[in-house]
Design a protein. Structure first.
Length: 166
């Protein structure tokens, strides 16, 4: 009977330690996303590009240039606020770096969502994808989401995506 009590106590202790370690991981991933967003909000695009995992982007200068082009075209980085739920409905999505540059081993990620108002006064949504629990916290990708519920909003989204992607 004492052996069972000791085993149960050890199990409870291990479970507690794992729960605390997991909370630390979530906080460090949130901090990595917050550092990335802060760099974007203050137009420090080179710093933001440097926060990407080396496996995610091969060319930091090109990534920084793309982030600057997004800010120049869409705007809204300075007003990014956390968004509690994913965007629903039809969207046009643009990802930095493009999916072809992301290694297949990094498809799993932790997502942090943000919402903002673009320079044209319409909403734009962002997702920061951070490495999963078994990796050090680094940014894997940054995605823009434009609502495209009707023809006019879809046209706007396509126009903005094309301007950024050129």
């Amino acid at each position: 009977m004492r052996f069972r009590s000791a085993a149960f106590g050890a199990l409870a202790l291990c479970t507690s330690l794992v729960a605390h370690a997991s909370a630390y991981d979530d906080a460090s991933r949130a901090a990595a996303a917050a550092r990335f967003v802060a760099a974007l909000q203050h137009q420090r695009f080179q710093e933001a590009a440097a926060l990407f995992a080396p496996e995610a982007t091969r060319d930091t200068a090109a990534t920084a240039h793309t982030l600057k082009r997004i800010d120049d075209t869409v705007g809204g980085f300075s007003t990014m606020q956390p968004a509690p739920r994913p965007l629903e409905g039809k969207i046009i999505r643009l990802q930095v770096p493009p999916r072809k540059n992301v290694l297949f081993g990094f498809q799993k990620s932790v997502q942090f969502r943000y919402a903002s108002t673009a320079g044209d006064g319409k909403p734009v949504y962002y997702e920061v994808h951070v490495t999963p629990d078994d990796k050090p916290p680094q940014v894997l990708s940054f995605a823009l989401q434009f609502p495209a519920a009707d023809a006019q909003s879809a046209q706007r989204a396509n126009r903005l995506a094309a301007a950024i992607d050129r």
